[in-house]
Write a protein that binds this ligand. Sequence first.
Ligand code: ZN
Length: 469
Amino acid sequence: MSTDAQGARLHQAFRFALDPARTQRRALAAHCGAARFAFNWGLEQVQASLALREFELCMFGEVRSESLGWSLPELRREWNRSKELVAPWWGEHSKEAYSSGLAALAAALRGWRASRSGERAGAAVGFPRFRKRGRRDSCRFTTGPVRVDDPRHITLPRIGRLRTAEATVALQRRLTAGTARILAATIARDADRWFVAFTCEVDGAVVADNGRRDTVGVDLGVHTLAALSTGELVPSVRPLRREERRTRRLQRTVGRRRKGSARRRRAVGHLARAHRRVASVRRHHLHVLTTRLAQSHGRIVVEDLNVRGMIRSARGTLSQPRRRVRARAGQNRAVLECGFAELRRLLDYKCRWYGSTLVVADRWFPSSRRCSGCGTVRGDLPRRERVFRCGRCSLELDRDLNAARNLVRWAEAHDVAASAVETQNARGEAAAIRPPAGERLEEARTGPGPEPEGITTRGRHRSGLPNVR
Ligand SMILES: [Zn+2]
């Protein structure tokens, strides 16, 4: 990414619901099916090649046959050699469909290899598995006629002109003005509805500075979606809670239906629709909140919460199984629901768009156990205690608001670091400030061992961002 904010180019996705005719629905599904076919076919070849390799190593002590390459060009070459035989109907779909499946396979293999060799951090990536029909059906088009025709129509290779269920003006305007260029279009099914997502290169979307000088602390929570240091409590978006009974009922219905029956398929469809509704409401609320934050504050401080850890800890470990797993799992589900990993992701790119700075305070900074009035750190603070009460300065404050204020104080106390962060941010990186040595030692008891001290920034370059869903 360039340091010149004016000329910066970002990738942005524009997603629209489609309103396809019956025959077009079939064409969309067929293209996803073709992509899936190519993926599964490729995976089969890879597995066979690995098995042969192992056999040869065992028999001859060396690999004698040429093994299959895992890159997209190599997989595609292999596909073109075999397609006449394995898929004589290949001409019925755009060649982009097969390419899309093979690209997904190449990416999955790459991820697995990188994870195994330790190049890739995070949870282990498993070996690719065969794709099943109806699960995350999608297909990507990168060449051929991919267009937005008018506010209600788009064109895709082979499938042709499709009506959209929502207006595409946001994208169309940019395309006409020449500030956006379509790189690819992905069709995907979610429950019974089809969507298209255009990946675009967008010009000048980055603002260097939004002119605001204030700092706002955002405490992401379970009970409220977010507490702002300004005193505002943003209520949690839990449409799932409201619809939970409905969803549970639908789940039971699915369980009662005989496998493979038409009635079961119908019940599964109802359930998928309920889930989709919930997800889209949540997404909407997160977008509204993050846009407002990034537009109206100079600096946004959030905590680096280990969401994965919070979720996994519900079950405890084998030697120390946790009690009340169900209740905890419920709470953790609420955490998931609020989707604050998503919130962080949105803030990350929106801060860049709107010219604010995202500061990520260290995970082990005791933001919830510290008094925002006098700085005393409490030994423990049970989850159920919703109000923070300080024994020394008798401060009484909502637990999450107290945490949010601490985040602001944290950023202010590290202003030297913050100015360093700002220069980093101009280059489009989110920064993490680590606490000074003293604080780290104090906290070392509660968390895993301290990492190297000082100010570190995380180079989170993301070329393919953002993905507005
Ligand atoms: Zn106090």
